[in-house]
Write a new protein. Structure first.
Length: 373
């Protein structure tokens, strides 16, 4: 594709791509522009000329509108293009030319506004600076060319300042985006770490059943296939709703109930108002795996797992996973699953989320507290 044509097509497309922060910044630019020129004009007015201030205010509203439109349509797109492609001597010269053009456009608009009959009193070709010690004041006269050059230089400085602020803001946005990408990559890495851990536990369950009941083993393998169908869809995202997590866990618990039979009793109390709340993907599954592996499986007697989720005050909600335990598990507890959940909670919510554990002689409790969205 022809490079100039490609450039201008990209330039035009960028004109219509804005976000809320940029729009707020341009609104602030508009207000600062009007305020600056109003303060600049005050020394040229007498106390009895307050009505003239309104006329100047209307003039500066028009100039500020032009300033924002020119900066948006003429300067912002090449700034973004050059920023991502990299500045060099050629692009710097091109952008300096655009700055000069933008300043000249605004200077000509300013002069044209002075020719409007309703705003003729704002003509800056004749300026009277008020000196309270003098009855006549100081009179200054400028030619049209001189006035255009003065306004061009003033607007050139303002556009340079605007460009520097925009580049600084763009650098900050890029840094934030990079941090978010790194955070998402870290979350995805932590999520993927659970896949071998989960598969290992599930296959061990089926292996144990093969020697006890081959039909149950076959049924369990079918459940495992269904579980992985849902799991493969879920683990691609670093976060999932509690409802999605619970659907995945139901498949897992069916597998374990085939193996453990009456030894695994389940109690679930999840309120409807927290079903759509987000938590790290596979987090609930990890907690249930730990409860089965270290709490229920090692004991010949029946055990129970209780899952509770509800909203708390102060825009928070909690998830509790409680399991009974008796005999010490033969499986070595590495703490990988719980540590993984803690790290992902920290990455997702920072100090707004917490995970804690407590236990007594018969029960082990894992408590998650998260912000309620």
């Amino acid at each position: 594709m022809n490079k100039p044509l490609s450039y201008w097509r990209q330039h035009w497309q960028l004109c219509w791509q804005t976000n809320r922060a940029y729009r707020i910044g341009q609104a602030l630019t508009f207000v600062l522009f009007v305020s600056f020129y109003l303060l600049y004009s005050l020394p040229f007015m007498m106390d009895e000329q307050q009505g003239l201030l309104v006329v100047f205010f209307i003039r500066y509203l028009l100039e500020a509108t032009c300033f924002v439109l020119v900066s948006h349509f003429l300067l912002r797109p090449p700034l973004r293009i050059f920023y991502y492609r990299g500045f060099n001597l050629g692009t710097s010269v091109k952008f300096a030319g655009l700055l000069m053009l933008a300043s000249l456009i605004l200077a000509l608009v300013s002069v044209f506004i002075s020719f409007l009959p309703a705003l003729s009193n704002t003509d800056m070709q004749q300026i009277a600076i008020v000196d309270k010690d003098s009855a006549e004041g100081l009179q200054m006269h400028f030619s049209l060319t001189t006035l255009v050059i003065m306004m061009w230089s003033m607007h050139f400085g303002l556009y340079i300042l605007w460009s520097l602020f925009y580049l600084g803001w763009q650098m900050r946005q890029s840094r934030i985006a990079l941090q978010e990408e790194m955070q998402q990559a870290r979350l995805q890495q932590l999520t993927n770490q659970l896949n071998p851990h989960f598969l290992f536990n599930a296959l061990n369950s089926i292996r144990a059943l093969i020697f006890e009941d081959q039909h149950k083993a076959a049924d369990t393998l079918t459940q495992l296939a269904e579980l992985f169908r849902v799991h493969l869809q879920a683990h691609l995202r670093p976060t999932a709703s509690l409802q999605e997590e619970w659907l995945l866990c139901q498949h897992y618990l069916k597998i374990e109930q085939v193996r453990l039979e009456h030894r695994l009793q389940l109690e679930v109390n999840i309120t409807d108002d927290v079903l759509q709340q987000l938590l790290p993907t596979l987090c609930l599954l990890t907690l249930l795996e730990n409860a089965v592996k270290h709490g229920i499986s090692p004991n010949a007697a029946a055990g129970s797992i209780a899952i509770s989720a509800s909203r708390l005050g102060n825009n928070r909600w909690q998830l509790l996973v409680t399991n009974t335990f008796g005999a010490v598990s033969d499986s070595q507890c590495t703490g990988t699953g719980l540590s993984n959940c803690r790290k992902r909670l920290q990455l997702m919510f920072g100090e707004q989320a917490s995970i804690s554990t407590e236990h007594n002689k018969t029960h082990y409790i894992v408590r998650l507290e998260l912000p309620y969205a």
